[in-house]
Design a protein. Structure first.
Length: 351
């Protein structure tokens, strides 16, 4: 019989052995990569169970090797809510005890195959309707190790403190989402996702998309690399601007020193308050020269060095704006000036 051969069984088998054989063969198939092989195994499993239930000694209808078969379990795919899952199980569950156990085992096998869209609703609904989380699993479910582990994981999750339970449940829900969270959400949830996948391995296997945590981790690494690249770019731009400002500052500093050197640092010197010389002080200028006759008023600003010599002589005021050479010469001849004279003063003629 082809369906028994597919399960590596002989005609002396029973329902329990068939379920174990199905679970064993199922683990050898990648359902996403080998849909035809999975469909063949599923049809062989269902045909074997029918053969046992009917007690038939003849071969049932030949197994169709191609094309999916529409059956009761097809209604359990793509469930949209927990209430939807409850209603589907109630409607499909047979009244007869033996048939009900067979249906329960078929649902367990479907869940034990791993996550599909809608299993997040099918699993808690099945736990509720079949009392999986409130009793020891019956013998006909012994071979479904992932299901048994998921039931224990669910019990442990419900025992967690409210805050931890809320966070774990939220992250498990996110692990079913086909999209990827943003960097902020990943940074907040990645450690929780790592913990959830480690602490509830069978529960996430049954109710979450496979390898989702690895995808999160890879996506976060990519986002962090992008952020680092942007930060590096901004840092390089800032450093470039800083170097440019530093170059301009250095150039300004050099220009300032050149200017100060050219002006003999006059700008940095402490400017003494100007004072008009008294008549007696002005007589110092005329003592070595003939009395100065000035036809028009004239005033000079005189700057002295520390030794009393003249370092600057500037015409400040004149009636017609012209210098009076005789006055300027007399001021120069009077140098060096006594120390009591101010270093900057004004002198006006006529006295």
């Amino acid at each position: 019989m082809k369906f028994l051969d597919r399960l590596s069984l002989d005609s002396s088998t029973d329902a329990r052995v068939i379920r174990r054989a199905y679970a064993r063969e199922l683990k050898l198939i990648n359902q996403e990569a080998e849909p035809a092989a999975f469909q063949s195994l599923r049809e062989a499993y269902e045909a074997a169970l029918r053969w046992i239930e009917e007690g038939a000694q003849e071969l049932p209808e030949p197994i169709q090797e191609h094309g999916p078969k529409e059956g009761a379990l097809a209604q359990l795919h793509g469930l949209q809510s927990l209430e939807h899952a409850r209603q589907a199980l109630h409607q499909l569950r047979p009244v007869n005890l033996a048939d009900s156990e067979t249906f329960e085992a078929a649902v367990a096998a479907l869940l034990d195959e791993g996550w599909r869209p809608g299993h997040e609703y099918l699993f808690p609904a099945a736990c509720e309707i079949f009392y999986w989380d409130g009793r020891r699993l019956p013998a006909y479910l012994d071979d479904f190790d992932a299901l048994a582990g998921a039931i224990e994981d669910l019990k442990f999750l419900r025992m967690q403190p409210e805050e931890a339970r809320t966070n774990h449940t939220r992250v498990i829900d996110c692990l079913r989402d086909t999209g990827m969270p943003g960097l902020a959400d990943l940074a907040r949830d990645i450690l929780i996702a790592e913990f959830v996948s480690t602490r509830y391995p069978d529960l996430t296997y049954l109710t979450c998309a496979p390898r989702k945590v690895e995808q999160w981790r890879k996506h976060m690494s990519q986002l962090v690399a992008q952020v680092k690249a942007q930060e590096t770019g901004r840092l390089e731009e800032t450093e470039s601007r800083s170097l440019e400002l530093l170059r301009w500052f250095g150039l300004a500093w050099v220009v300032a020193w050149i200017y100060l050197g050219a002006t003999d640092f006059r700008i940095l010197r402490k400017k003494e308050p100007l004072r008009q010389l008294t008549v007696m002080e002005m007589q110092w200028i005329t003592k070595n020269v003939e009395p100065i006759r000035v036809e028009r008023p004239v005033e000079y600003e005189v700057s002295l060095s520390e030794s009393g010599d003249i370092s600057g002589l500037d015409l400040v005021e004149s009636q017609d704006g012209a210098a009076v050479s005789g006055v300027a010469d007399a001021i120069r001849i009077a140098a060096p000036y006594p120390a009591e004279y101010p270093r900057v003063f004004r002198v006006r003629f006529p006295i």
